[in-house]
Design a protein around this ligand. Structure first.
Ligand SMILES: [Fe+2]
Length: 154
């Protein structure tokens, strides 16, 4: 079972694909997201979720193609209610993704979303996600999260 953690670390270290529509790699983006969760003193569950929230993109061969072709990569839509208020703060790539994922939630969809016991954490994660697109900042190494990955996955 330790192999899955080694595989995650390998993929983080070796995947150089840029995060969709942004100027940093998916690995850098996910590590920055986890660092924001840590900075906000979130639970280890949420830090680990933040670290792995875009891991599915590693299996997509051409992630940048999704935005340019306007295809939804079936990446889970989270926090759309949050985005309603903060839509203008989103990067252009995020605005495009949001439209592809169905756009801003209706009041009814919002009520459904709030029934999910994890919706508050989903909104927090989405906030960290949006803030984790900085270039040229010092970030942790994926190996710094090995212990956390082992504790949450194995
Ligand atoms: Fe993300």
């Amino acid at each position: 079972m330790l192999n899955i953690v080694e595989e995650i670390i390998f993929n983080f270290s070796n995947n150089k694909s840029l995060y969709i529509g942004e100027r940093l790699t998916i690995s850098e983006h996910m590590i920055q997201t986890a660092m924001l969760a840590e900075k906000n003193k979130c639970s280890n569950d949420l830090i680990c979720s933040s670290l792995l929230h875009d891991y599915g993109h590693f299996v997509l061969e051409y992630p940048n193609q999704l935005v340019s072709d306007h295809i939804d990569g079936n990446h889970e839509t989270i926090g759309a209610n949050y985005l309603k208020k903060y839509f203008d703060d989103l990067s252009e790539a995020s605005k495009t993704s949001l439209k592809l994922q169905g756009g801003i939630m209706s009041d009814n969809e919002t009520k459904q979303f709030e029934k999910n016991i994890n919706y508050k954490n989903a909104i927090k994660l989405r906030r960290f996600d949006e803030g984790a697109k900085k270039q040229n900042i010092k970030i942790k190494d994926i190996k710094d999260y090995k212990e956390l990955l082992v504790s949450k996955i194995i």
